[in-house]
Write a protein that binds this ligand. Structure first.
Ligand code: FAD
Ligand code: NAI
Length: 470
């Protein structure tokens, strides 16, 4: 094979793209990875999952030190915030993890190319390094579009990443704003809103709908909002932002009530626009070669991730569905295996979604609303963290585990958790669902004591009305 010929060329080195490349290389395919950003890891590693979780953890520690330690008999006087050091920690975590991805590319002998990948013909990707750099033409048996997503803009509210920021700007504010308005009560809004509230900002979330976290089980969404409100986050629901005026002293937003049409003004030092993300396909040459997209711009694929053009595939955020790193990764693995002649599929009902507020919010499978709409009969088992010894010892008793199981077969159809470490607790439920498990399977599994997972076990027992510790 010539130097520029590959079995598998991936465009975009996010969790979808770089993981697909690793799996393809493991399976013996000669693999190249094209990325236009100087660093690998995509949105998730550079400006998404990892920096946000670093700040969420650090700000949680800060809040614990300022208000939580006293309950445990720890006197921490003069707790001070060193925002610069907190940001440096976050940047260090990102930089170290990027080095890890670099290492994985070398280890798997994946050819890395820096530049914008354009599909210039069937089986051909041209890599444009920009500026005066020389373009490189790659021949590829299989081309993978893994170009991810970008911030959805809000007309009339132009992002400058200083006063009006996207999640990227919100991850790097140079000082704690006195006031922050978050537009959108989705995952980004609540996570980044939590970070800045914990660090001292007065945070107000303006949401178009009458509930937060759309798509989430309604009971969970309601409890989460109540919890966040109690923590000091303000919510202005059923309102849409229609414009923004910037001045040296802050940003004034025009906000319209969805119900009455009344218009009011709201002012803050900084505004975060977090109303969703859109597929990113700019400059890829998709129209020229005829790769079809839906009306919202997502690349359309079949169950083998094939696009409308033979030999061109797509995975991750760019094909829609849950915009989550682990969903993109799993699609990358399955695609590489299919291309290598194996079979594979993804159970989209068993992909967990986690909101890393504190308490965390985690969900997998169907919500009660979805089951009702589908006319599926179900039983509910619920158990609160207040009745769990470990949660009490930790002083983290907010929330509950709710398991929805088929009324006839007892098969687990959905699990919804608000509580400490909910993101870790959900995982045993995901495994149970992957195995087609029942609530009884979870209930009869021995869980270590004292532990938070006992709340999951008790909720599973509660499905059959036989919880023990309540
Ligand atoms: P991306 O990660 O977006 O990667 C696409 C890559 O393609 C980018 O690096 C881009 O530069 C590159 N690219 C685009 N076009 C070209 C081209 N023509 N040529 C070369 N390169 C190109 N998900 C979670 O599961 N958990 C979380 O905690 C979480 N937190 C998040 C926090 C924030 C603030 C944000 C914004 C997102 C978060 N997400 C989280 C979502 C997660 O980041 C995405 O679902 C994930 O990154 C999607 O992976 P991907 O590989 O499809 O695309
Ligand atoms: P989102 O889709 O989660 O939420 C956007 C919110 O904005 C919705 O509640 C919507 O009703 C509201 N909205 C839309 N237009 C509005 C307007 N004009 N005025 C007021 N509200 C408006 O999108 P978000 O939070 O931007 O996140 C994007 C993606 O990133 C999500 O799909 C998520 O999957 C991913 N992500 C995942 C994380 C995780 O897994 N922990 C963390 C952060 C992001």
């Amino acid at each position: 094979m010539a130097d520029n010929e590959f079995d598998f060329v991936v465009i975009g080195a996010g969790p979808g793209g770089y993981v697909a490349a690793i799996r393809a290389a493991q399976l013996g395919l000669s693999t190249a990875l094209v990325e236009k950003r100087k660093t690998l890891g995509g949105t998730c590693l550079n400006v998404g999952c990892i920096p946000s979780k670093a700040l969420l953890h650090s700000s949680h520690l800060f809040e614990e030190a300022t208000t939580g330690f006293a309950d445990h008999g720890i006197k921490a006087s003069k707790v001070e915030l060193d925002l610069k050091a907190m940001m440096a920690h976050k940047d260090g975590v990102v930089a170290d993890t990027i080095k890890g991805v670099d290492f994985l590319m070398k280890k798997n002998k994946i050819t890395r190319l820096l530049g914008t990948g354009v599909i210039t013909a069937k089986g051909e990707v041209t890599v444009d390094p920009g500026g005066t750099g020389k373009k490189e033409v790659l021949k590829a048996k299989h081309i993978v579009i893994a170009t991810g997503s970008d911030v959805a803009p809000l007309p009339g509210v132009d992002i400058d990443e200083k006063q009006i920021v996207s999640s990227t700007g919100a991850l790097a504010l140079p000082k704690v704003p006195k006031s922050l308005i978050v537009i959108g009560a989705g995952v980004i809004g609540l996570e980044m809103g939590s970070v800045w509230r914990r660090l001292g900002a007065e945070v107000t979330v303006v949401e178009f709908l009458d509930h937060i976290l759309p798509g989430m089980d309604a009971e969970l969404s309601k409890h989460t909002q109540r919890t966040l409100r109690r923590q000091g986050m303000n919510f202005e629901m059923s309102r849409k932002v229609t414009g923004a005026k910037k001045a040296k002293t802050g940003v004034t937003l025009t906000v319209e009530s969805v119900k009455s049409g009344d218009v009011e003004e709201m002012k803050a030092d900084v505004v975060l626009v977090a109303i969703g993300r859109k597929p990113y396909t700019d400059g890829l040459g998709l129209d020229e070669i005829g790769v079809e997209r839906d009306e919202r711009g997502f690349v359309t694929v079949n169950d083998k991730f094939q696009t409308s053009v033979e030999g061109v595939y797509a995975i991750g955020d760019v094909i829609g569905g849950a915009m989550l790193a682990h969903k993109a990764e799993d699609e990358g693995v399955v695609l590489a295996e299919i291309v290598a002649g194996q079979s594979g599929h993804i159970d989209y009902d068993a992909i967990p979604g986690i909101v890393y507020t504190w308490p965390e919010v985690a969900s997998v499978g169907k919500t009660e609303e979805q089951l009702k709409e589908a006319g599926i009969e179900y039983n509910i088992g619920k158990f609160p963290f207040t009745a769990n010894a470990r949660a009490r010892a930790m002083g983290d008793v907010e929330g509950f585990v709710k398991i929805l199981a088929d009324a006839t077969t007892d098969r687990v159809l959905g699990v919804h958790i608000l509580g400490p470490a909910a993101g870790d607790l959900i995982q045993e439920c995901v495994v149970a669902m992957e195995f087609g498990g029942s609530a009884e399977d979870i209930a009869r599994t021995c869980h270590g004591h004292p532990g938070l997972p006992e709340v999951v076990k008790e909720a599973a027992l509660a499905v059959a009305g036989r919880a023990l510790h309540i």
